[in-house]
Design a protein around this ligand. Structure first.
Ligand SMILES: NC(=O)c1ccc[n+]([C@@H]2O[C@H](COP(=O)([O-])OP(=O)(O)OC[C@H]3O[C@@H](n4cnc5c(N)ncnc54)[C@H](O)[C@@H]3O)[C@@H](O)[C@H]2O)c1
Length: 277
């Protein structure tokens, strides 16, 4: 998986090209971030994924990048929680109940976390998600009192500070996935046991970036989630630790979901339009 490539389109936004290969397939995700789009009645994030055969190079499937991104972003939060939260953790607070906050909540429910609090200044968004899952609506303070806290806001405002941290808590920080975004103060970040999806991305455009730039966090203090999952590095150091997972989003995660969709189509479990190129 090479690093993602940014193609700026000023003053509107940027395109991102995200390639990855594995499991006999290869993928390119071509996706946008155009922050002014909602004013034009269009989504901020749009794009397409091309899945190809890694042996012949033949294109196999085109997928909606939004659907795949939402599923993989939610899924990685669930995987990080299973790997890093204490075994006793049961409640989930969602701060930011938009598209990706909703899928994060759905994936945590699928992973067995059945109680939660939804917090969002858009009360209708919080209420719709809470109704769907049988969770409750609450304030930011209610959400951060949960065992697992997932922050999925646009990253333009701090929603976690050091005073919110409690022994045994696990945080999934998903909103800060690009330069200049942050959902926690640098003091809060530096007080946690730190994990990320990929060091290069997280150190340049993730929740960890400001704490690293300020000299409060060094490379050796941050463990990649993959190393924990592969048994190459320890996860949670003990029941009282506060763990923080910085998610920036990886093409290999998109690859896993796109491959699963392709296998589901091959098995006849999902329908797809067929086109000749
Ligand atoms: N880590 C990843 O892999 C990944 C993947 C996709 C998107 N993202 C990022 O996640 C963030 C959310 O994306 P989205 O598509 O869900 O956006 P969205 O606009 O659908 O949802 C964001 C929600 O956050 C709410 N919000 C704003 N300020 C808040 C605050 N202070 N407290 C609580 N809620 C607040 C908004 O009302 C909105 O409902 C973006 O920054 C996006 O770039 C990260």
């Amino acid at each position: 998986m090479p690093a993602k490539i940014y193609l700026h389109s000023p003053p509107f936004g940027d395109f991102r090209a995200m390639p990855a290969r594995g499991g006999g397939v290869a993928l390119l995700k071509w996706i946008t971030s155009f922050p002014g789009n909602p004013e034009r009645g269009l989504p901020t994030v749009m794009g397409v994924i091309c899945l190809s055969d890694a042996e012949t190079g033949a294109p196999l499937m085109l997928l909606d990048a939004r659907a795949v991104t939402a599923l993989r972003t939610g899924a990685v939060a669930a995987v990080a929680t299973q790997a890093l939260a204490p075994g006793s953790a049961s409640t989930v607070g969602i701060v930011g109940c938009g598209l990706h906050g909703a899928w994060t909540a759905r994936c945590l429910v699928a992973a067995g976390y059945s109680q939660g609090v939804c917090a969002d200044p858009r009360e209708d968004a919080a209420a719709a998600l809470a109704d769907e899952l049988g969770w409750s609506v609450g304030s930011r303070e209610d959400a951060v009192r949960c065992d697992v806290v997932c922050c999925v806001t646009p990253g333009s405002q701090v929603v976690i500070d050091a005073g919110d941290l409690r022994a045994g808590m696990h945080l999934n920080m998903l909103g800060a996935d690009g330069p200049g975004k942050a959902e926690a103060t640098v003091g809060a970040v530096a007080s946690c046991t730190l994990f990320c999806d990929e060091w290069h991305q997280a150190s340049h455009g993730g929740e960890l970036t400001a704490a690293i730039a300020g000299g409060l966090v060094a490379r050796e203090q941050v463990t990649e989630l993959g190393a924990v999952l592969a048994g190459e590095a320890p996860g949670r150091p003990g029941p009282a630790a506060v763990t923080l997972f910085d998610s920036t989003g990886l093409a290999i995660q998109d690859l896993a979901v796109a491959q699963a969709a392709y296998h589901a189509w091959q098995a006849g479990a999902v329908q797809a339009q067929e086109v000749s190129l």
